[in-house]
Design a protein around this ligand. Structure first.
Ligand code: ATP
Length: 212
């Protein structure tokens, strides 16, 4: 069988509560390393595996739009917000494969998310819809055993050649940053300059977000 010759689209899902440089820089490095046609930032509406976001979907989308405005290959995609209800990645990918039948999808994921991948709803189906690009996150190694370790060993490839079903790991600049830490800094009134884009900081201040 011939290798897939179409373009790949990157899928960057998360709560983005708020978006920060630990989301943005890895996305750019993956886009460049894999030659992705674009990276679609998909904020979840109602996450199923964690606490609900602190601010509304509208605010999270507005902050993403400000953060990615200068990157032509970055796109805000509100598919999960428009769908409403609990956000399951498998459903999102089903929608996207219908929308882009000729493209390969590459779901980006930090090692923290990948370590729990076998708890995701219909995780085996996800690999039938997309490839995975795993990025190392400080203090979070790639699992060597268990379901996720087995999956990594079985599906890892040095370079993507198929529209779905493969896993690559992409070296990225390590940024020890989390939205949880940022929300805590903002609540305490600690300066967050240089941890997230300044238009996002301005937006947070303007709308008095993350104060409680
Ligand atoms: P929270 O602290 O609220 O859990 P977060 O900062 O981990 O948020 P999410 O929106 O939950 O951000 O993460 C979405 C995706 O971004 C996940 O795949 C996660 O691994 C990745 N990610 C977040 N922060 C980093 C970082 N500093 N370096 C690499 N990947 C990251």
């Amino acid at each position: 069988m011939n290798a897939f010759s179409g373009q790949y689209i990157g899928i960057n899902g998360g709560t983005f509560d708020p978006i920060h440089f630990g989301h943005l820089r890895p996305a750019l490095e993956v886009q460049l390393a894999l030659g992705l046609e674009e990276v679609r930032f998909i904020p979840c509406y109602k996450p199923v595996h964690r606490d609900q976001p602190s601010v509304s979907a509208e605010h999270r989308c507005a902050m993403i739009a400000l953060a990615i405005a200068s990157q032509p290959k970055f796109v805000l995609d509100k598919v999960e917000i428009e769908q409403g209800g609990p956000s399951y990645m498998v459903h999102t990918l089903q929608t996207l494969t219908k929308r882009y039948p000729a493209k390969g999808l590459v779901l980006m994921m930090g090692t923290d998310a990948f370590a729990k991948f076998d708890t995701w709803f219909e995780w085996q189906t996800i690999l039938k819809l997309a490839n995975l690009a795993i990025t190392h996150r400080p203090g979070e190694p790639i699992p060597q055993s268990g379901e996720v370790g087995q999956l990594f060993k079985k599906s890892w490839v040095p370079k993507l050649t198929e529209p779905f079903g493969q896993i690559v790991d992409v070296p990225i600049t390590q940024l020890e940053l989390s939205a949880t830490a940022l929300r805590s800094y903002l609540k305490q009134g600690v300066c967050v300059d240089y941890l997230l884009p300044s238009p996002v900081i301005n937006y947070i201040q303007q709308h008095q977000l993350y104060q409680e």
